[in-house]
Design a protein around this ligand. Structure first.
Ligand code: ADP
Ligand code: MG
Ligand code: ZN
Length: 637
């Protein structure tokens, strides 16, 4: 370790020497060029040179009062020509006759020494700067590597301070300061509870006297907790905007990217700036990257710990009533160090959840204000079709729709643009380069129709709103969309079983019609298994295990499943239960599709022809009495 360390230092020293030598050499050669390029002489010297026939070419510029002349032919690139410069003597009537007498080529146009000039500037300033930046960058990277490496206590901070390192290191962390965010709570749709919580902080910052008179203290920090894209940053900015105070933003990951000790220094720097501008909001995004729980053991990270300690010190240190409020954002609240969430620090936890139906519609409305919509566009259709979408997803959909409108040469965004943009955000752009063979197209059509028929024949399933077999850039060759009329907050065991059956419907149709399976169902299988596993391990929905939690949920904001917390024997039985549940769904699907075999054929053919079928079209064919339709089977419970 010690040797390694020395080696690194030595090679870095070498870099510095080389850099300095290079800069010196470049500056020498640059000044040579400068000397070479233009020589200043007096007017009398110029006249003497003309008399001695040394001057071959003269350029008079009465505008600038300069004469530039050369002792050779400047148009001959190979000749070694020296260019001179002197000041034009006022009213020298004898000059032109003199030049004519000595057969000097003359004109009123300046030979262009600017080529050399540029080279000179580039060499004498540009290159050295380039060299410094390059070597600085190399050094920086090496140091960073060293800091990230196996010996976190290694500290390179001291020795190279003189070499512009401080400056380079500093520009690494972006503290984004805004005097006015210009964002208010009106820009945030839904999230009423979060807004209410933050409103108090905003009004304190706006009018601290009102609170301090009574003796109320301003909360120092609040933690915005929720999945990505739900508007945490937006809310933090809105607090600053409402209170009309400056907003400082930095991401937690930027603290830990730097060398040992740098993160802590940056925290100090951040709070120093905030102190000067108080009252203000300090927003630390991804606070989990610095604030991760410190666990005893060998895996400690000195750098992160130093940074965290500094953060805690700063938060304890600043004067409560000065009006610095620290807002943190994270989607991993459970991994935060408890010291961070103690009273007086981030003692308020504000959940920022995915929007519900009404919230989605409100978010769409806010973003629809930014684009020109056709009158009569119904945003609620989009809101209903997008359960689970975040605010950022929805904002993105509106933008996609606007882009689509422009692409198709329209001046207003239409309902169709919106509906298509939902598909794009859910399943990716239509992919024209994927050309399916007739047989493949047939398989996909039966597969999707299988899903749709199983869904339609079950009471608890959401109505089918669209079936399509247009390949998407996400890799999907088609999809069936189901949209609920309204929102559910509880799901029954029966509904989950039905859902599994719907997911099995694609594969079941393939088996029934073609007698063999394709790899097209892998996503369905994954989802079905996930539901079945959750039923067994989290929701206590099987008789075999009853109401026992067999797993522990992983991060719920990042879509994590669960980790098993049971014995190996139990784990084996869980697998068997999961298999049983999925197989049950598979059998149900086969049964439903056998019963609707004719409809399966009819709708698949229709789908192959049309490529996209709406929910209404589908239901019209599916429910039409044509003598063949058998009774709807009663599905297994
Ligand atoms: P987070 O910080 O939670 O990841 P952001 O605040 O960065 O999410 O949100 C990203 C974008 O999504 C915002 O700039 C905004 O356009 C949009 N958005 C998210 N939530 C909302 C909301 N509740 N109201 C309006 N727009 C939202
Ligand atoms: Mg954010
Ligand atoms: Zn499928």
């Amino acid at each position: 370790m010690e040797m390694d360390n020395k080696k690194r230092r030595r090679s870095m020293f070498l870099y510095v020497i080389i850099a300095v030598a290079l800069i010196f050499a470049i500056q020498q050669s640059a000044s040579l060029i400068k000397q070479n390029s233009i020589k200043s002489v007096s007017y009398s010297e110029f006249l003497t040179m003309v008399e001695q026939n040394k001057v071959k070419e003269v350029n008079l510029n009465t505008g600038t009062g300069k004469i530039t002349f050369a002792d050779g032919d400047t148009s001959n690139k190979d000749a070694n020509v020296q260019v001179y410069e002197t000041s034009l003597f006022p009213n020298d009537d004898g000059l032109v006759p003199l030049l004519q007498k000595h057969e000097v080529k003359f004109s009123a146009q300046i030979p262009d020494p600017s080529n050399d000039m540029w080279l000179y500037l580039l060499l004498s300033y540009g290159l050295p700067i380039g060299v410094i930046v390059f070597f600085g960058w190399r050094l920086n990277r090496r140091m960073k590597k060293a800091a990230d490496g196996d010996d976190p206590s290694m500290n390179f901070g001291g020795g190279f301070g003189g070499f512009g390192m401080g400056g380079l290191g500093k520009s690494n962390a972006k503290i984004v300061g805004e005097k006015e965010t210009g964002i208010t709570f009106a820009d945030v749709a839904g999230q009423d509870e979060a807004k209410e919580s933050l409103q108090e902080i905003a009004s304190f910052l706006e009018n601290p006297a009102k609170y301090t008179e009574i003796g109320a203290r301003c909360p120092r920090g609040a933690l915005l907790v929720g999945p990505p894209g739900t508007g945490k940053t937006l809310l933090a900015k809105a607090v600053a905007g409402e209170a009309k105070v400056p907003f400082f933003q930095i991401s937690g990951s930027e603290f830990v990217e730097m060398f040992v000790g740098r993160g802590a220094a940056k925290v100090r720097d951040l709070f120093k700036q905030a102190n000067e501008k108080a009252p203000c909001i300090v927003f630390i995004d991804e606070i989990d990257t610095v604030g991760k729980r410190r666990d005893a053991g060998l895996t400690t990270n000195d750098e992160r710990e130093q940074t965290l300690n500094q953060l805690l010190t700063e938060m304890d240190g600043f004067d409560n009533n000065k009006g610095i409020v620290v807002l943190g954002a994270t989607n991993m609240p459970d991994s935060l160090d408890i010291a961070l969430t103690r009273p007086g620090r981030f003692d308020r936890r504000i959940p920022v959840e995915l929007p519900d139906l009404a919230g989605r519609e409100a978010i769409l409305k806010i973003h629809a204000n930014d684009v020109k919509m056709e009158p009569g566009v119904d945003l609620s259709v989009v809101a209903r079709a997008t359960p689970g979408a975040s605010g950022a997803d929805l904002a993105n959909m509106i933008n996609e729709a606007a882009l689509r409108a422009v692409r198709s040469g329209h001046r207003l965004v239409s309902q169709e643009d919106l509906v298509e943009s939902v598909d794009v955000v859910i399943a990716g752009e239509k992919k024209k380069s994927t050309v399916l063979s007739e047989h493949e197209k047939q398989v996909v059509a039966y597969h999707e129709t299988g899903h749709a028929i199983v869904a339609a024949s079950q009471k608890g399933s959401a109505p089918v709103s669209k079936i399509t077999i247009v390949p998407r850039t996400s890799g999907a060759l088609g999809f069936t969309m189901q949209v609920d009329e309204d929102e559910h907050f509880l799901t029954t065991a029966k509904e989950m079983r039905e859902k599994i059956a719907v997911l099995c419907g694609g594969r079941a149709a393939e088996e029934l019609i073609f007698g063999e399976a394709t790899n097209g169902a892998s996503n369905d299988i994954q989802k079905a298994t996930q539901i079945a596993r959750a039923m067994v391990t989290q929701y206590g929905m099987t008789e075999k295990f009853g109401m026992v939690a067999l797993g522990q949920q992983r991060n719920r904001y990042l879509g994590g499943g669960s980790e098993l917390t049971c014995s190996e024997g139990t784990a084996e039985n869980i697998d068997k239960e999961v298999q049983r549940l999925v197989e049950e769904g598979h059998q149900t699907a086969l049964e439903v599709l056998r019963a609707h075999r004719f409809k399966l054929h009819e709708i698949s053919r229709y789908l192959q022809r049309k490529e996209t079928v709406t929910g209404e079209e589908f239901m019209r064919i599916f429910t039409r009495e044509d003598g063949f339709a058998p009774n709807l089977p009663t599905t297994q419970q």
